[in-house]
Design a protein around this ligand. Structure first.
Ligand code: ATP
Ligand code: FE
Length: 371
């Protein structure tokens, strides 16, 4: 089996070709970093245009680098949600054109399921059931994966995701926004004292597995204002004392943001083991899982509970086409795919796109356990 995966749910245009045995034949990403810096975040219309400009080339490059043509493919996999509707459309349209022209089946992929399942490409021992903490720019969810396509959501964010908090912290600290904020905060945090600013850990009194990052964001903003840090002055031109101040905030923010993950993960593991005592692994994936401090701290928690942590390599934690191709392969193998679309579809065709699409059912019992 050879599957082409296409991903356009947010700001990266990505494609990859993956073999059934997990061999990655190619991986191509075109990022909209310049646009992000310009608008200070993802602007849907601009993002859609950027996807449209590069999608053909990204897919062609993925095929070329894999040394295959469309005729060698077994199927085309594409992210159909959750994400920005306008952006998803670009990927789905491209996938259907390729599939239509070459008579290939098509697999619609859930972006967050893909973040979780790519761990199975990396770690062959990882079998169901397992747990997954998915932390990215728009999501902060912890799920119990019973089997392929069947998930119980133990917790989610009640407001912002941790990646969003990293991005805003980077912006307010005057860090280089030509790449995403997370890596910039992680790097600056290495120079700071993580106990110098006493941020409160969110949701201390909640006995559930949900997350909240809006309050921590506000705490960071106030701390930055109190220290009179000027975001317009880039950190690279800051005085030594100013730089140190910013590093202290970055480190203190990161410590508390991750402490919140640690506390909720511990509880979620206890809940999950009651439901599925045979769980052996916890996956941590999504863009924020590429953070080394996050990995180190969560590894301690997971090992203390006698589970094994599985983190994909950083390039497979942030958005990529490999995770989509791989998740497509998993579903394709068990017969879950759509037949080849017609060779020609009108431009205004109503594609099956799901901008909002929960991953699995909410854990109903959670509400009583949380009391
Ligand atoms: P979602 O998956 O929720 O739809 P997304 O697809 O935009 O969001 P991903 O590419 O999965 O996001 O993750 C991007 C997020 O990960 C950004 O918020 C970014 O700041 C964060 N991130 C990336 N690297 C790091 C890092 N080293 N430390 C902390 N955060 C990071
Ligand atoms: Fe993502």
């Amino acid at each position: 089996l050879v599957v082409l995966g296409i991903e356009t749910s947010c700001d990266d245009t990505a494609a990859a070709v993956v073999r059934g045995n997990g061999e990655i034949l190619s991986q191509v990403i075109s990022s909209q970093a310049e646009l992000l810096a310009q608008y200070g975040g993802v602007a849907p219309k601009q993002a859609e245009e950027a996807h449209s400009r590069v999608i053909d080339k990204v897919v062609q490059d993925a095929l070329d680098r894999a040394n295959v043509t469309e005729k060698d493919l077994s199927a085309v996999a594409v992210t159909i949600g959750p994400g920005l509707g306008l952006c998803l459309r670009v990927g789905v349209q491209k996938a259907r054109r390729v599939a239509g022209a070459f008579n290939l089946p098509i697999v619609g992929v859930h972006h967050m399921e893909a973040h979780a399942l790519v761990a199975r490409l990396v770690e062959h021992e990882l079998s169901f059931p397992f747990m997954a903490l998915l932390i990215s720019g728009g999501h902060n969810i912890i799920v119990l994966a019973h089997k392929l396509g069947q998930y119980t959501q133990l917790g989610t964010t009640v407001d912002d995701a941790i990646g969003e908090a990293f991005d805003k912290t980077a912006k307010w600290l005057g860090l280089d926004m030509r790449r995403s904020g997370g890596p910039a905060v992680e790097e600056l945090a290495l120079e700071g004292d993580s106990k110098s600013v006493m941020f409160n850990v969110p949701m201390k009194n909640h006995k559930d597995c949900n997350f909240s990052y809006a309050g921590l964001k506000t705490q960071v903003r106030l701390a930055i204002a109190a220290r009179e840090i000027d975001a317009k002055c880039p950190v690279s031109s800051a005085t030594k004392a100013d730089r140190r101040n910013r590093a202290d905030i970055a480190a203190s923010f990161q410590r508390v943001a991750v402490l919140h993950l640690e506390e909720k993960c511990e509880r979620a593991i206890d809940w999950a083991l009651k439901l599925e005592p045979s769980i052996k692994h916890m996956v941590v994936s999504g863009g924020v899982a590429s953070n080394q401090y996050v990995r180190f701290r969560l590894n301690n928690i997971v090992e203390n509970k006698n589970l094994k942590l599985v983190c994909p390599p950083p390039s497979l934690c942030t958005d990529n086409g490999v995770m989509v191709a791989w998740t497509g392969l998993e579903h394709f193998r068990v017969g879950r795919f759509d037949p080849p679309p017609p060779a020609m579809e009108p431009d205004d065709f109503m594609y099956d796109i799901r901008p909002r699409w929960p991953l699995g059912e909410e854990y109903a019992q959670g509400r009583s356990e949380a009391r």
